[in-house]
Each structure stands twice: as structure tokens, then as C-alpha cells.
Design a protein around this ligand. Structure first.
Ligand SMILES: [Zn+2]
Length: 317
């Protein structure tokens, strides 16, 4: 990544534009970096408070905790003198208020929200750290691992090539089969994971990971799933509470081939996601006929909330 100072030193861009760019982070004083497209500035200091605040905001969004905006996130981290966004999982009301000037009632309400979201898959935990470049790859990287220890053992043994493999990035190989190039993306992810190892392990005892022996189901949901649950967030909590000891349900934002089920309200106009599943299933059904396998094999289940509960009841006892 290019620093703003480097850009200013060698760019032929209009001086008026260059003059508008800040060169150092307001918070920690580090030299700011700028993306190649010149669209975003970022502070490269891993312990910069600004970066920690942004990661905490994203983490809270991921676990669906409301009422903690930017200013409150910053005050919380500053109050406890930490830059690890996972620290929110370690907070409890006996620590005192979240930050000076906020009420105990508010602190407890935030704690209750976090408390209700402690149960998550390992890959969701890694995603929630919102480390640059890792967020959207967390599933590919960590799924299949039952413990963070095992993941880090393989990461430290395998290095960048291990990441590259997990992401399916091909690299150039010479005639002896030795890798001669390294993926920049994999190398960045590797560095972030190594640098933040302590952060990830520090808060791990404060979340509840599913039993690694449990079977997994990958689902996607429309915004409404019908029945008593209405919104998908309520349904996701219900699934964890009701079936968490039988099956791990991974929730994805978009429908893809790795989805086992799409859950929607079941009534009204089919949503875009429903259309996508109908088309994918039709394609699969035709391929199955051609390949001589069971016509229903590998189809994405399309049901409402109740239908999905029935499916779990019937298949995972
Ligand atoms: Zn900074």
C-alpha cells in the first residue's frame, strides 16, 4: 500500500487535490495509507484506536447488537484502555459502567444483548474480528476447524501457502513443483492472523462454540421467515436456542451452491432469492436425471420457518 506522503512525492495529480489529503492519522500520528484507486485512506497502525473503533462497530453489527454507535464504542475502548474489539465479549456489569457518564441500566442492556449472542461458529467468531481482508474469507479459512488451536497450528506450520490453499488461489510453480510466486492477498491475510493471534485467543473463552462433532447446515434466509418468528434475526436465535445441541446452522447472506436451504415467509410474491433457488434446483434436477441419480439429490430446500424446524426434527434427532 502507498502512503499519502509517497503519493504526494511522486504523483502528477493536480496539486490542489494532493493538498486536500491528510498525511498522518489524527489519533495515533502514523503515516496514513491510500488505496491504489485513491478512494480510501486508512491508518496502518494495528493498535490505532480509530481502527479498533471501526472494527468494534462492525463486530456489533455482525452480532446484531444495537444502540452502540461510534462515540459509545470509542468511549468503551478508551475506558478499558484496550484496542481489541473482542473485548466487548469480556465485559460484564461487575466491571462497572461501559464508559464514564453512561448509566448502569444502559451498560446492563448492552451486556444482555451481547450475552444473547455468545453462541457462534468458530468462523463467525473470526469474521466478527473484522480484520482487513479476512472478514469475507472467514468461512473459507476456518470452517472445518473445531478449535482455534488446531487452526493456528496448521497456519503456523503451513504459512502463506496454507492460506493460499484454503482460498484456492493458484500460484506459479517451476518445473520441480516449487512455488515461485506468493499471493499478495494470502500473504496479507497470513500477517493479519499472526499479528492478531493474541486478540483472537484472549476473548475466545467468552464465546460459546458449537460442539465440533455436530453436523452442519448452511442456510440463507429472506428477511421474513413467516410463522411466529417473522424476522430472520428472531428465527436465527430460535434455531440456536432450540436445536443448538443437535445441529450447527450457518447463516449466509446470499444464496449459493453451498446452501442447503433457503427459508422464506412461504406466502406472497417469491423474492429474488426464491427465484434464484427455483432456477438452481431446476438445473440440478435436470443434471440429476442426466447423471442417473435420484432426482431430489442435492436440491436446495425451500421452506418457511416452520418447514425448516420440521426438517430438523425429522433429520437430526
Ligand atoms: Zn492511527
Amino acid at each position: 500500500m502507498l502512503t499519502v506522503l509517497e503519493l504526494k512525492g511522486r504523483s502528477t495529480l493536480p496539486q490542489a487535490f494532493l493538498d486536500t489529503l491528510p498525511t498522518h492519522c489524527d489519533t495515533c500520528g502514523s503515516e496514513l495509507e491510500i488505496t491504489p484507486s485513491l478512494s480510501a485512506l486508512s491508518c496502518p497502525n494495528r493498535s490505532c484506536m480509530d481502527r479498533a473503533v471501526q472494527r468494534l462497530i462492525a463486530l456489533l453489527k455482525d452480532i446484531d447488537v444495537k444502540n452502540m454507535g461510534e462515540a459509545k464504542c470509542r468511549q468503551f475502548l478508551e475506558n478499558f484502555g484496550v484496542t481489541n474489539p473482542y473485548a466487548i465479549f469480556m465485559y460484564e456489569p461487575s466491571d462497572g459502567v461501559l464508559y464514564p457518564g453512561c448509566s448502569m441500566a444502559f451498560s446492563e442492556a448492552i451486556f444482555e444483548q451481547v450475552n444473547a449472542r455468545r453462541s457462534m461458529a468458530l468462523w463467525e467468531y473470526v469474521r466478527a474480528g473484522n480484520l482487513p481482508g479476512i472478514r469475507d474469507e472467514a468461512y473459507k479459512l476456518v470452517t472445518g476447524y473445531g478449535s482455534l488451536d488446531d487452526f493456528y497450528d496448521d497456519l503456523e506450520d503451513g504459512g502463506i501457502a496454507f492460506i493460499q490453499n484454503l482460498l484456492g488461489i493458484k500460484s506459479a510453480v517451476d518445473e520441480d513443483g516449487e512455488h515461485v510466486s506468493v499471493s499478495v492477498k494470502a500473504s496479507k491475510i497470513y500477517t493479519e492472523l499472526i499479528d492478531h493471534k493474541e486478540e483472537l485467543f484472549e476473548a475466545l473463552p467468552f464465546v460459546t462454540l458449537p460442539n465440533a462433532e455436530l453436523p452442519e447446515l448452511n442456510i440463507c434466509m429472506s428477511s421474513s421467515v413467516g410463522g411466529q418468528w417473522g424476522k430472520k434475526e428472531a428465527f436465527e436465535r430460535y434455531l440456536k436456542e432450540t436445536y443448538g445441541d443437535r445441529v450447527v446452522v450457518n447463516v449466509f447472506k446470499t444464496v449459493s451452491g453451498k446452501c442447503d436451504a433457503l427459508i422464506w415467509a412461504g406466502v406472497g410474491k417469491p423474492t429474488g432469492k426464491v427465484d434464484k433457488v427455483l432456477k438452481a434446483n431446476e438445473k440440478r434436477r435436470l443434471a440429476n436425471i442426466e447423471n442417473g441419480v435420484d432426482e431430489e439429490d442435492g436440491l436446495i430446500l425451500l421452506v418457511d420457518g416452520q418447514g425448516f424446524c420440521d426438517y430438523i426434527e425429522a433429520n437430526y434427532t
